[in-house]
Design a protein around this ligand. Sequence first.
Ligand code: F0G
Length: 458
Amino acid sequence: MKNVPEPYRIKMVEPIRLINREEREQKLVEADYNVFALRAEDVFIDLLTDSGTGAMSDAQWGAMMMGDESYAGSRSYYRLIDVCQKIFGHQYISPAHQGRGAENVLFPLLIKEGQVVVGNMHFDTTKAHIELKGGHAVNCIVEKAYDTSDGSPFKGDMDLEQLERLVKQHGPGQIAFILITVTCNSAGGQPVSMANIRAVKAVADRFGIRLFLDAARFAENAYFIKQREAGYADKNISDIVHEMFSYADGFTMSAKKDGLVNIGGLIGIREDETLANLVRANLVPTEGFPTYGGLAGRDLEALARGLVEVLDEHYLAARIGQVAYLGNLLLAAGIPIQQPVGGHAVFVDAGTFLPHLPSEQFPAQALTIELYREAGVRGVEIGSFLLGRDPVTGEQLVSPLEFLRLTIPRRTYTDNHMRYVAESLINIFQQRDRVRGVRIVEEPPVLRHFTAKLELIS
Ligand code: F0G
């Protein structure tokens, strides 16, 4: 499906404001050149994340008024469970307040001290939760994921040979579980093919290892399978989703993405009742009683609708089409980006964009700062600044890719906004040799990118 307009129209608007260049300059100084420290009202177009930043439908807002706020056994909980069982085909479903809450509940039940969790490419909070539980998070993605100019259709796939090698090297008993992230955020929102999920499942079965999905962007992944994988063009999105989840023993999900809600998460367990009971027991002291899992009844209602709305193929075509639209404007101007364009974001290859800045001057952070200064647009760095230091030696690690991520919230901005973002970046590209690198002046020991202070290098 090409050039499908959005299957909705706008009923409510939220004003945004572009402050002038001098003010933006001042805000950057006050924020110590860390865009996480900016006030959102000083941002014109906010492409920091697609997480919890989308717009809900009138049906979702209407449903929120019908939320049952009972502590235990809420009607809204049963509605959500019913919807999830139908969509995912997993018998046991638990709500959580967001993705990392779900990880925090499930992972200690699966990981023993020293075990390895192999994934295509773990998201940073997911990696943190694996490590907090005493595990080692190992990435095992196909090599071409690291080549931004390689146009292969499924750059989120796991490397099957490396997977087998890892299993044999550590021994199957030392692999806590395999985790496939769909779509693979850290690799640029790249999809995973059904063939690859099936093949990983075969390896997992052969060695008696469990397979889980990190399913934050499950519907976008299903849409790519329909578009790109032989044999799926005539299947509907629901059937593709059902098949994807049929290979998994369970899943965690940040519902703030394809759940089309501002807050929420899920844990699914396909059939292991013992594990599902342990999940419920773990929920109580962490997220909350199992029938609300850290959410209000109204949040459960909104999620129950969002999960159905996201399966609409016209919606997905417009959504992924908008991300591709921005990507293609940049490509046409010669700006290097991760190709093909991913599902939720355009990943600008800042290392290639700013060849005069070495990785220790954080080129992607430099470009993020410049884009805010130039246009009031907030993107986010996914590179060496995010990666941090070697925990043992304290040395700065070098990320294989230095990305500026332009993350597109769902149902929120128009193509006109996308054109403005593209024009702003193209402007910078034409005078890119003027962009200055940055150095860190203050940083916390972990997850530093949220709070570190930086300065420009003169
Ligand atoms: N897994 C993936 C693949 C994610 O992208 C995220 C969040 C999480 C887990 C954690 O979920 O935020 O609900 O706790 N990604 C956001 C982002 C924050 O900007 O990419 P959460």
